[in-house]
Design a protein around this ligand. Structure first.
Ligand code: NG6
Ligand code: CA
Length: 500
């Protein structure tokens, strides 16, 4: 009897673990503006990020991983569609009232997971537009198309960014806590008569003042980009955004612990306005920017704890990365510049958010699968463009008939089984860039060289740029003249990519 029981138990375990290995849950923690030098596991000393560090230590920590662009909207567009955003018009930084950028007919990462039998959710920062047409949404009803139409069963999102109106949470495409008697109006063209703005009423800016831009509607003592009116009961408080979205991410995990699920968790941290909860204030000596990193790490910890509590930690792959590189002053007087001291958000790289140089797109990237992977630091060349095809391979979905895909199956590199990864990565920071294991090429561009407001070297140059990454990862010595053959090869890669 006992033998039979043990045998059956063993069989059940085998069946279960077979199921487990074929259908692991996927949690994608997508940070905002966190640089490759911002976590302690990537060398930061002025801030401690124990939860992120643990994921890195027990998983694969990538040193040569890239977002598709050096700003948010094109990076997210590419992550969700597997198509380079630079192929499409209208994929630049979106306004808060932009229409839905990913059209409902498109194949997406979320649809792929649904095909594989997953429950899907988008929680946190969206910034991919909502509704049919720019400026035409009715924020007081069902806002459609939205996450559902591109494959997310559940959504709890911020329409755009922390610094753009409307400053409300949108759950399953309806504004949360909205009083129907106090309807919301939004405009990116002009203010609503009688409504205060940061420009005209600086005395109302009780929490944060802008350093550049961000001088329109005031919400929660902070002025924003764009104008809004009404919806008072629905407005968010910046200090509780991390808690609000983390709680909803955790709830989704708890409610779906017995099904395979895909959770896209886009944090608001550490985008501006940086205004962390009081319990994180002063956790670093760097002011709000540093404290927001601690708050981000707290959210990571809550996700890990929820997975552990639900008994699904070992069957969940956590992918943690960032949408673009770091920026210090991104438009608010939050002392980020004054208090940065020796901290280097961009690590050893040049540039940052908005830039063609490496720090624009070389981002932290960690893949953790409980104890299933061989922990390592990987130098493999990887890109977020490959999320769709790699996850399709993992879940066994055939995407061979999907058109307009730049996504490649790089699952082996992502899981630490292949140490090389891609032959090259295409980046976008205003110009197209090509990075191979040895070289970095930046297409000529007439754009300005430097943005004094954010103190960013943009990497634009009217001549071709080529850097030898083996000797000059800081991209200071342009060797295009001396390496015409390499330049020719890089241009050929771009020519072929553009022709696809
Ligand atoms: C810029 C904003 C910046 C930030 C960025 C988008 C100004 C002056 N600057 O236009 O603060 O919001 O857009 O950031 O308005 S991203 O990470 O979502 O791409
Ligand atoms: Ca960003």
């Amino acid at each position: 009897m006992r033998i039979i029981f043990t045998f059956l138990l063993g069989l059940a375990t085998i069946v279960l673990s077979a199921q487990n290995t074929t259908k692991p849950n996927i949690v994608l923690i997508y940070a905002d503006d966190i640089g490759i030098g911002d976590f302690s596991c990537y060398g930061a000393i002025a801030v401690k990020t124990p939860n992120t560090d643990r994921l890195a230590k027990e998983g694969i920590q990538f040193m040569n991983a890239h977002s598709v662009a050096s700003t948010c909207t094109p990076s997210r567009y590419s992550l969700f569609t597997g198509e380079y955003a630079w192929r499409r018009k209208g994929t630049g930084i979106a306004a808060g009232d932009a229409g839905m950028i990913i059209k409902p007919h498109r194949y997406t990462l979320a649809k792929m997971f649904k095909q594989a039998g997953y429950v899907t959710a988008a929680v946190g920062k969206w910034h991919l537009g909502l509704g049919e047409e720019t400026g035409k949404q009715d924020w007081n009803g069902l806002i459609t198309p939205g996450p559902k139409e591109i494959g997310f069963d559940y959504s709890y999102i911020m329409a755009a960014t922390g610094d753009r109106v409307p400053c409300v949470y949108v759950e399953n495409q309806r504004v949360v806590n909205l009083d129907p008697k106090d309807s919301i109006q939004v405009s990116y063209v002009k203010n609503f008569p009688g409504e205060p703005t940061g420009k005209d009423n600086p005395e109302l800016l009780t929490k944060l003042k802008p350093s550049h831009g961000h001088d329109m509607s005031i919400v929660n003592g902070i002025s924003r980009i764009g104008y809004m009116k009404g919806g008072k009961s629905a407005l968010w408080e910046d200090e509780s955004i991390a808690d609000s979205i983390t709680t909803h991410a955790v709830q989704f995990i708890e409610q779906n612990k017995s099904k395979p699920f895909f959770l896209y968790f886009g944090t608001n941290d550490i985008h501006v306005p940086r205004y962390p909860h009081p319990r994180f204030v002063g956790k670093t000596d760097m002011g709000p920017r540093g404290d927001a990193i601690v708050q981000f790490d707290y959210s990571v910890g809550e996700v890990i704890k929820a997975l552990e509590r639900c008994g699904i930690r070992e069957n969940t792959i956590i992918i943690l990365t960032s949408d673009n590189g770091p920026v210090v002053d991104d438009g608010y007087q939050d002392e980020a510049v004054q208090r940065l001291k020796n901290h280097k958000p961009w690590g050893p790289y040049r540039g940052g958010k908005y830039s063609n140089f490496e720090a624009g797109t070389r981002v932290p990237f960690i893949v953790n699968w409980g104890n299933k992977l061989i922990p390592q630091k990987s130098e493999a060349l990887v890109s977020q463009i490959d999320m769709l095809a790699s996850m399709a391979r993992l879940t066994g979905v055939d995407i061979s008939s999907v058109k307009e895909l730049d996504s490649e199956d790089q699952l082996d590199a992502w899981l630490g089984r292949d140490r090389k990864g891609r032959e090259y990565v295409i980046g976008f920071g205003g110009s197209l860039t090509v990075l191979t294991h040895d070289w970095k090429y930046i297409e000529p561009n007439k754009g300005r060289v430097y943005n004094p407001l954010t103190n960013t070297e943009l990497g634009n140059n009217s001549v071709e740029q080529l850097y030898d990454m083996r000797k000059d990862r800081g991209e200071y010595d342009n060797v295009a003249e001396e390496n015409k053959i390499i330049v020719g090869m890089m241009k050929e890669i771009l020519r072929k990519e553009k022709a696809k």
